[in-house]
Design a protein. Structure first.
Lengths: 454, 458
């Protein structure tokens, strides 16, 4: 523990917890400490990642070029149709605009784009600078909407207003303006919206397929492979199933309040959570369709019949290995803890950028003795934890990957850069295969640190 | 097609950038600051800026990239970021213990008017800056210039803060390498050593962003120019600034601050660029060029002459940063290739004039634009395709849609490795560049040749 403790900011002590040693208590959802090399991002980032997969909408970033450049097609959110979201549109604000205001430029840009592409709706993202110079984003959007006859939605995502979580809220509020404006005729009583899935590597298609096999119609994908028209009629669905702790919960809450649409929290990661999510949904519809539970059981059974034997093979090698998890939202961490358990592995470190106290309490409950639980961590902390716990594989995102590799530790990207679907039963198999291939890779024997130990 | 939303017909756009061929100043400043030994770059703005820059640099270099942020909140944006920066300075020196914090501003902190030197002075008065440690700064609002100018501004800050002219002149020269790869910086140092010249090079990201696997995570890697070396730059015999845009401000600042004479050259990419660089070093240091360098030069020419038949008349589209594009256009023209489209996102009339001048003997119309974007570049290609494209990773969309061979060159490269390890500067770098061009052209020839003309020997 000596090295680990030495690199921790005094101010961050109560954001780090060791199960068994400390009783539960976590100071989280507070602003990052100035000067810390935080792994967090901003409000704009949160809004952009949530809305960007809506592929027939126009996404215009109102700000200097950087905000658009860094978010150009970075998420790998697949579309089965339009690909307008894969282009990067920016008003590219210059010094002159900052002094005299950027409203006119925004107006011209919007008109030009709407004329050229005839999108179904436009999202206009506010950035830090727009918040400071005071452009009337709402006003411009209203004007263009009236002139062009499509919804033009301001996203109040000024970066400084908080971290990613606030950005999720801004995205939800923008989307909510679409909900309820479409025709809900012909929607099945057995219907739902998928919230909080971004179709990375085609995941939402897997989940939709499960629901189809259960006899349920998916009305809107929110937002992976999403469409404006579907969002507009999303209030016609009987249920919202919400994944991802922060990203779309607010939308579900607003829909519940305004349209009475109930929502269920689900997770599609790992066998247990995936199956449980499907059963929960089946239970919800059981009174409308008594056979649905039977069909769901069949589905799960047939998937598991393929999955389990394959998992056992990987488990032989992986049992007893140690894993660390550091992800954006905490919900993913719950499922990952269970998924690693299924592989016979031990989770020794788990943390998130934006977890809530409730999230961390749940993590505290599901983890083993000695597990480190951490909020809003930084590279120095993470690397010292990885070394202290002698971890075999690290699950994280883009900024975590090179830290793992420098230490000679296996890695799995469970964020924007995943290349295989990790959701669903097939996703669990992909996950097991990816963890296996990284943990068991022969390349780690070249790592000096490990060589010295052997 | 991925970019099926790009129409062939070109209409003038007044208020819109689509698929940018640039990014914002702060990331350039962050990259430059990583080239100081024991330095933590610090982003004075919202958390997202720092996260984006670190992510992009990480994707490009496949290395951990460390930087702090002032983590602006709504309060800071209203009342100024002084409290955040003071706390950040205190925290960074207490926990991470760098020698230098290199603060760059963002659009947010610039617009609310934070005065970094004043805040740094206050930090000093409050005892938050330990003895022998430094806070330097560069003003890099995102709505002015691009990543290239951000790099130039932070590099100039190194001169402003550290260069000292007192004392005797030293038998050394300064080299400012420009916004190039760590591998390029390493190669520039090697060439200087081959000539027997002692150099101070800044910034120097070699051994920072192309580190070996050591089994350790080092917050501050081995590489980077030291403060002592930066101090001594004011007493060097002269300065060579490579790439006028990225290195000009620092080179000129050294001249006016410490009376160190400077010469601004193009990046030593290609034959002429490298010739000029080596000649300038030779004259400045008063040494003669060793045979080993002549051999390298001869080998590069050997490749060019051996394979010249495959270069002839090949049309090339280039997207990138001005300093790189000038040198690239130069080498391409000199081997009989035709750079017919040249696009940079960085504004500058001089650039356009310079490219026009370099390409004046190309027997084809040459379109060049500064402050352009990849959308326009793609439209040009739709109107008349090229045989080869060179530029950053974002060209892969166009390459795929239009089925045109593509060499990754410039920043950022998010999907391949090599650039941080193998240089493109100098004669050796030039040989690598020739190899890449030939591979791209000949692979295409082999792929497209009908069976009857598919040949074993090329």
């Amino acid at each position: 523990m000596s090295t680990a403790v030495s690199v921790i900011f005094q101010e961050r002590k109560d954001q780090i917890l060791r199960k068994g040693q400390d009783s539960f208590g976590m100071e989280c959802n507070r602003d990052s400490l100035a000067g810390a090399v935080s792994q967090r991002a901003c409000v704009f980032c949160g809004s952009r990642v949530v809305l960007y997969p809506i592929s027939d909408a126009l996404h215009l970033v109102h700000g200097p070029i950087g905000c658009a450049a860094y978010t150009w097609d970075i998420r790998g959110a697949l579309s089965s149709g339009p690909a307008l979201h894969r282009l990067s549109f920016s008003t590219d604000l210059q010094e002159r605009d900052v002094i005299f205001g950027g409203e006119e430029k925004l107006y011209l840009a919007l008109c030009e784009l709407i004329d050229k592409y005839a999108p179904k709706a436009a999202f206009v993202y506010s950035t830090c600078i727009v918040g400071i110079i005071g452009d009337d984003l709402d006003g411009v959007c209203r004007r263009v909407a009236a002139e062009k006859g499509i919804p033009v939605l301001p996203v109040q995502s000024e970066g400084f207003k908080g971290n990613k979580r606030e950005g999720y809220g801004a995205a939800c509020r923008a989307m909510f303006r679409l909900v309820g404006t479409g025709d809900t005729k012909g929607i099945s009583p057995l219907s739902l919206n998928i919230l909080g899935d971004f179709n990375l590597a085609g995941e939402i298609w897997i989940i939709r397929d499960y629901f189809t096999r259960m006899g349920i119609e998916t009305v809107a994908n929110i937002t992976g492979d999403g469409r404006v028209g579907d969002l507009q009629r999303a209030h016609g669905a009987a249920l919202n199933v919400v994944q991802c702790s922060g990203a779309t919960t607010e939308l579900a809450k607003m829909m519940k309040e305004s349209f009475g649409t109930p929502f269920l929290r689900v997770s599609y990661f790992g066998v247990e959570d995936m199956a449980e999510s499907l059963y929960e949904v089946a239970k919800f519809f059981e009174n409308k369709d008594p056979q649905i539970m039977e069909r769901t059981r069949e589905l799960v059974k047939s998937e598991l019949a393929v999955l389990y034997p394959a998992i056992q093979e990987f488990k032989k090698d992986l049992a007893g290995k140690k894993a660390a998890i550091y992800v954006g939202g905490a919900f993913k961490a719950f499922s990952l803890v269970k998924a690693f358990r299924l592989l016979g592995m031990q989770v020794v470190l788990v943390g998130s950028q934006t977890g809530t106290e409730e999230d961390y309490r749940e993590l505290y409950e599901v983890t083993d003795e000695g597990t480190i639980i951490v909020d809003d961590s930084n590279p120095l902390e993470l690397s010292s934890f990885l070394k202290e716990k002698d971890v075999d594989v690290f699950v994280g995102g883009v900024k975590e990957r090179p830290i793992a590799y420098k230490l000679g530790v296996g890695f799995c990207d469970h964020n924007h850069e995943r290349k295989q679907p990790l959701e669903g039963f097939i996703g669990m198999l992909n996950f097991a295969r990816e963890i296996h291939s990284s943990v068991m890779s022969p390349v780690w024997r070249f790592v000096p640190r490990k060589k010295a130990r052997n | 097609m991925l970019l099926r939303h790009t129409p062939k017909e070109i209409k003038e756009r007044k208020a819109l950038t689509v698929n940018p061929a640039k990014t914002c100043q702060p990331i350039g400043a962050m990259y430059a600051a990583l080239g100081i030994h024991n330095c933590l770059p610090h982003s004075h703005g919202s958390q997202g800026c720092c996260a984006y820059h670190r992510s992009t640099l990480t994707r490009h270099y496949k290395e951990p990239v460390m930087a702090g942020t002032s983590s602006f909140t709504e309060g800071a944006s209203v009342f100024g970021g002084q409290a955040n920066l003071l706390q950040a300075i205190d925290n960074i020196f207490t926990v991470y213990e760098p020698d230098v914090i290199a603060v760059h501003t963002t659009c947010l902190s610039e617009t609310i008017g934070d005065d970094i030197p004043q805040i740094a002075r206050k930090a000093g008065q409050e005892g938050k800056i330990p003895k022998g440690k430094y806070v330097i700064h560069a003003n890099t609002p995102s709505y002015v210039g691009t990543h290239v100018t951000g790099f130039g501004t932070m590099t100039k800050a190194m001169v402003d803060y550290f260069a000292e002219s007192e004392g005797t002149r030293l038998d050394q020269i300064n080299i400012i390498p420009g916004f190039v790869e760590p591998s390029d910086m390493e190669e520039i140092k090697r060439i200087a050593a081959e000539l027997g010249i002692k150099v101070v090079m800044f910034p120097d990201t070699s051994d920072v962003l192309n580190r070996p696997q050591t089994g350790r995570f080092d917050m501050f890697p081995k590489g980077g120019v030291t403060i002592d070396a930066l101090r001594s730059s004011g007493r060097s015999k002269g300065t060579i600034g490579l790439g006028r845009l990225a290195s000009g401000p620092a080179a000129r600042a050294l001249d006016s601050k410490c009376k160190v004479h400077c010469e601004l050259l193009d990046l030593p990419i290609g034959l002429t660029g490298t010739d000029n660089f080596i000649d300038a070093m030779r004259k400045m240091a008063g040494v003669s060029v060793p045979e080993s360098i002549n051999i390298e030069r001869g080998r590069m020419i050997d490749i060019i002459t051996d394979m010249h038949q495959y270069f002839y008349g090949k049309k090339v589209g280039l997207v990138g940063d001005p300093d790189q594009l000038i040198s690239l256009a130069e080498i391409l023209v000199s081997i009989d290739m035709w750079p017919i489209y040249v696009v940079t996102g960085t504004q500058g009339k001089k650039f356009e004039t310079r490219i026009k001048e370099i390409t004046k003997c190309v027997p084809h119309e040459v379109k060049v634009v500064s402050g352009g974007d990849m959308f326009l570049f793609h439209q040009w290609i739709k109107n008349e395709p090229v045989d080869l494209m060179m530029g950053n990773t974002y060209l892969k969309y166009i390459s795929r849609d239009e089925d045109i061979p593509f060499i990754r060159f410039g920043f950022p490269i998010l999907d391949r490795v090599g650039h941080s390890y193998f240089p493109t500067v100098g004669y050796r770098g030039g040989m690598r560049l020739m190899e890449k061009i030939l591979d791209a052209l000949l692979d295409r020839k082999d792929r497209d040749s009908p069976e009857e003309t598919f040949e074993l020997v090329l």
